[in-house]
Design a protein around this ligand. Structure first.
Ligand code: YSA
Length: 349
């Protein structure tokens, strides 16, 4: 073998082994392999070029070239293993999960305080023999007003600032849950005992005790011998169950076209202990709802004979009751959707 070929191979060997020692990671190793042993690598090209050598030099040069090839392949094999293992270690370290760290607690939702109150009210009334039913929030004026003895020209129709729906006929967002009185009685033979929780809508100014959308609980009992004493007994028992034995309750005469007589039902204000505050408007009392004996015209309007049947009805503000239970002093907080507020009342009822 000519000295120059021998020298070239020696130089190639020294350089290749030095470069391999310098390849510190898997990508650098891949480049090394391509440079020396790949299809266009230096050693491959040398071996391919053997045919160009004089015939007498070819065997020796071929043997030397193949010996170098085996040496470099063996060196690459062992270096490749080391680099691949290091590469794996690095990936494992980067992706490692520290099983000793505490887990992230899952966020568990809770029912809205008003929904909790509705559930609690349904349970209390179930024990008193009332069934819970639901009705439409978009209502006809016929049910919202007419069947409740509030004819088109009656001044009582102005009592509620009504949100009208742009549909043929007189369609409104129900201003109270009372339209369900007529809907239930039309579908049911007496005796009747139902409560109806749900949203109601009024186009009115908001303050600490007034929202434009809020919830009411309607109650209706009709039978042959229902009296005002039954109404007072049911509402007194409700207040006792909800607020404990120490809250005082008050009934005062009030007017609603669909009852005769009518009352307003109030509880002494739990926010200020009855001393007077902005929630109770300095009166010491917070009105929970209106109530009364169902007007004979309402009974007759749904086909009940007022000479045979009597009934009581009430409509209570659910946010107001929730305020009394929780001490929240602004009704607007309930629909404000602030989780910092809502989280405080997870599971209060
Ligand atoms: C009266 C007699 C019955 O035989 C049956 C029902 C009724 C109640 C009647 N339908 C009514 O809506 N009366 S009310 O206008 O006085 O509202 C009842 C209760 O809803 C109020 O006492 C109050 O607790 C609550 N409320 C009224 N406006 C509110 C409100 N709560 C929050 N925001 C408002 N804007």
């Amino acid at each position: 073998m000519a000295t120059s070929v021998q020298h070239d191979l020696e130089e190639l060997r020294t350089r290749a082994l030095a470069d391999l020692a310098d390849a510190v990671d898997a990508p650098a190793g891949e480049i090394w392999e391509k440079t020396y042993l790949g299809p266009k690598g230096e050693l491959t090209l040398f071996l391919r070029g053997l045919g160009a050598l004089p015939a007498d030099e070819r065997p020796t040069a071929g043997r030397a070239g193949n010996a170098l090839k085996r040496e470099l392949e063996a060196a690459w094999d062992s270096r490749h293993r080391i680099l691949a293992a290091a590469d794996l270690d690095q990936h494992l370290a980067a992706d490692a999960v520290d099983v000793t760290l505490p887990g992230r607690p899952p966020t568990i939702g809770a029912a809205h305080p008003v929904s909790q109150m509705i559930d609690e009210l349904s349970e209390i009334f179930a024990l008193l023999g009332f069934q819970t039913v639901f009705g439409p929030e978009v209502e006809t004026a016929h049910y919202n007003f007419d069947l409740l003895n509030i004819p088109a020209d009656h001044p009582a129709r102005d009592v509620w600032d009504t949100i009208h729906v742009d549909l043929p006929g007189e369609i409104v967002m129900r201003t109270h849950t009372s339209p369900m009185q007529a809907r239930v009685m039309e579908q049911t033979e007496p005796p009747v005992r139902v409560v109806v929780p749900g949203r109601v809508y009024r186009y009115e100014a908001q303050d600490a005790s007034h929202e434009w959308m809020f919830h009411q609980l309607e109650g209706l009992a009709v039978d042959r011998t229902i009296t005002m004493a039954d109404l007072k007994g049911v509402l007194a028992e409700l207040a006792r169950q909800l607020f404990g034995p120490n809250r005082r309750i008050r009934f005062r005469c009030d007017f609603f076209p669909f009852v005769e007589p009518g009352v307003d039902f109030a509880v002494d204000c739990a926010i200020c202990g009855g001393k007077g505050c902005r929630v109770c408007k300095q009166t010491g009392w917070l009105e929970m709802g209106g109530a009364g004996m169902v007007h004979p015209k309402v009974l007759a309007g749904v086909g009940y004979d007022p000479a045979v049947y009597t009934g009581f009805a009430f409509g209570l503000g659910i946010e107001r009751m929730t305020m009394m239970r929780t001490g929240v002093d602004d009704v607007r907080a309930f629909a404000g959707n602030d989780l910092r507020f809502l989280r405080q009342f997870a599971g209060f009822a």
